[in-house]
Design a protein around this ligand. Structure first.
Ligand SMILES: Cc1cc2nc3c(=O)[nH]c(=O)nc-3n(C[C@H](O)[C@H](O)[C@H](O)COP(=O)(O)O)c2cc1C
Length: 251
């Protein structure tokens, strides 16, 4: 089994690890020319951004084809999944295959302009993350088939967003690096789009995908958004900083 994953704060990687198999980070293969992946089971796990799959995930799914006896796609989300998973199935169809099992999983919301991490942590017991993760693992082990859970309203909302063309570069200008920064370079290593460089200061280029990994994993908590709800940050407790670096470092 191969699982392709994308993660910023570890939620999606924690789920991918629970499912098991060979783990391949999408940022590590996004520049590859390989078009067809073959295995007995192939899955993809990623966070939902703006009611859709992140741009890097859409780019990946738009250029590869999975040839497997069983395929699945799981989107982790924190508040509202929209029709993200329905459109991910459409991307697969365009490539000539279909995901057999498509589901989403309610987890902590790491989007700092809207959600306060302390309050999000308190919501976790109600989200029943462990129970729902275990159910998805059982479903996949049992090779269950499931259509993307979606309502008409969600389709209407999500259809406004096109992650392949939406411009997230402006968000880079919102980052404030304070004088706690030691120029350790962790932000460079956790960025999945090679958007950050550190010289005499931290510099952001125009490839930001808005994942907020640089904010969440800064060891000094030195990177901030003007409009963040609080300065509290999140890394899924089942995932280490080294695993995030291994997943996202493209330098
Ligand atoms: C830029 C951005 C946009 C997001 N948009 C949504 C959204 O539309 N709906 C939602 O429920 N959660 C949204 N989230 C929350 C994430 O999907 C959620 O926290 C996810 O589990 C994070 O996964 P990760 O830890 O693997 O990165 C968003 C997060 C970010 C950073």
């Amino acid at each position: 089994m191969i699982i392709f994953y994308f993660t910023s704060t570890g939620n999606s990687l924690a789920v991918a690890k629970r499912i098991g198999g060979e783990m391949i980070s999408i940022p590590q293969v996004i520049d590859s020319t390989k078009k067809v992946y073959k295995d007995d089971v192939i899955g993809v796990v990623f966070p939902i951004y703006s009611l859709a799959a992140p741009k890097i995930v859409c780019q990946f799914l738009s250029k590869v084809k999975f040839e497997a006896d069983y395929t699945f796609a799981i989107g982790t989300y924190g508040n509202m999944p929209g029709a993200a998973m329905h459109y991910v199935q459409k991307l697969a169809e365009k490539q000539g295959y279909r995901f057999d099992y498509v589901n989403h999983l309610f987890m902590l919301d790491n989007f700092l302009p809207v959600f306060e991490i302390g309050a999000e942590i308190e919501k976790l017991p109600k989200k029943k993350v462990e129970e729902m993760t275990a159910k998805i693992v059982t479903d996949i082990n049992g090779r269950k088939h499931l259509k993307a859970p979606v309502t008409l309203g969600a389709k209407a909302l999500t259809s406004i967003i096109d992650p392949l063309t939406s411009n997230t570069a402006k968000s880079a200008q919102k980052y404030i690096v304070n004088d706690q920064c030691t120029k350790c370079g962790v932000c460079v290593k956790v960025c999945p789009t090679k958007n950050i460089s550190v010289t005499s200061k931290v510099q952001f280029s125009d490839r930001c995908t808005g994942c907020e990994a640089c904010l969440h994993h800064c060891p000094q908590n030195a990177i901030h958004l003007k409009n963040e709800k609080s300065n509290k940050r999140w890394r899924n407790p089942d995932v280490s900083l080294n695993e995030i670096i291994t997943a996202n470092n493209r330098n």
